[in-house]
Design a protein around this ligand. Sequence first.
Ligand code: DGT
Ligand code: CA
Ligand code: CA
Length: 571
Amino acid sequence: MKNREVADLFDRIADALEIKGETGFKVVAYRKAARILQDMTEDVETVARDGRLETIPGIGEGLAKKIGEYLETGTMTKYREVMTGVPESLLGLLEIQGLGGKTVHLMNKELGVKDLAGLKRAIADGSLAELYGMGEKKVENIRKSIGTRERVAERISICEAALVADEVIAYLEKAPGISRVSAAGSLRRMKETVGDIDILACGKNGKEIIRYFAHNPNAVRILAEGDTRGSIVVRAGEMERQVDLRIVDESEYGAALLYFTGSKAHNIKLRGLAKDRGLKISEYGVFRGTKRLASREEEDCYRVLRIPWIAPEMREDRGEVEFGLAGRLPRLVETGNIKGDLHVHTRASDGNLSLTEIVDLARKMGYSYVAICDHSQAAKYAHGLAADRLAAEIDEIAALNRTLKGFRVLKGSEVDILADGSLDFPDELLGRLDFVVAAVHSGFKKNVTERMLKALENPHVRTIAHPTGRLISGREGYDVDIDRVIDGAARCGKALELNSYYDRLDLDELNLKKAKEKGVKITIGTDTHFADGLAMMRYGLGIARRAWLEPGDILNCLGADALLGKRSSLS
Ligand code: DGT
Ligand code: CA
Ligand code: CA
């Protein structure tokens, strides 16, 4: 269907007209036509072929002609006409959330803003806030969305980076003479976004390993191919990413790994600590004068500095060195502590897995339970379950559980929090479930905080899914006061979710830390819809560890009985 294409063209025409300073009915007519075309279920080409374009309400003779021309020739004269004289850099500004054609026109006319750099200057010198119809709050939103866009362009999510790195490392493990290989940098620290991917290795013939690395069939470009360093560019989803490999001597592997894992702030802290002890630390080891005291293993380097080994996820200079010195490092949650996945979709809503497939996959992960949380009826786009279908799923799970030994499927729901904060199912039905996850999927700007607080009051709700709604790829998230939601969860004794779906990682590490400080427990769910997705637990765990979470902070570390607060383990 070309409906969307034509709608986009009309929107672009309206944008361009606005940038040129036009207002009024023409702009409105193009916008309206765009919306109508987008919402139309019938194929616009069929309608055009039948000569019925003008029967569509909102599409008059002029617009019908333009649509017809585009469908026949693939171009629209009017579009080309309107676009002439509108600089690409001004059109580009429309991609920033909160900026429409009208504002771009005013900025351009009154402040001389021609591009992103100009916009940033107008924000910095306060002139944008003075512009008619603007104000501090709007400017702040624009500033934020510029920030998000730039971060996203430069960085990719840990999940995409890890997939690339896994592949490169698996390839490197087969390199001639290689003896050790590890991820380093932000990837090893499991930071939620990664700039470039750093890999460290050692082995017999470094130069040959670099050569092998550079000729990875997945490399789209070789940037450097030296004796101890190589650098390539590989595909990562939609984008390209730089991968750096360093080869070091086996005797210096630990010191180099410590150095290249970073973070820079952690390294600087360690350098200060070494100095206090009359030592020196570098990528070659820890030294007293010229005498090397440690270098082979990371543990050795930490030991001579007289602190315990610190997990890479904590190395951000957020107090980890002080805690280490005081012998008070947390015992971070580990893969082996996780007893189940607390948010999984089946085919019944928008997943593509059956119950038995999920059980098999969960068992392979080493779990003893999994919570099935299909969407509720309001989530129509996701084929959400109406009450009768949920009741049927409950029965199906009960029957399946009777056939399983040492594993339990939890009857759950990802129930929508509606516009008034009530839930999408009656309490009586929710009461039949083992695990209720409540989630906002609509009205992202409407009273989200109040709605979540109300949902937390419901006795059946255990946790709130993806509480901020942000997407790593760029969506800002709900208009929610997360601090109040955390306080609400604490007050109601409820948990909040760490959604490990690759583009979410929500709550993020800072909010997780806040939640922990308030005594709020965390549930980790992959929110997976497909077979590979249960493995996304790894990213949730990484983020949890970056927030210093321990097994006691995470409900997935409880056995099923303790989780459900019941003695019986039947159905
Ligand atoms: P990224 O790539 O932006 O996600 O972040 P990182 O942490 O991977 O940073 P990157 O790739 O620039 O450097 C990798 C590690 O090497 C970094 O975490 C610490 C270390 N490193 C790099 N430059 C410096 C430096 O100037 N001083 C110190 N102490 N360490 C550095
Ligand atoms: Ca890096
Ligand atoms: Ca790097």
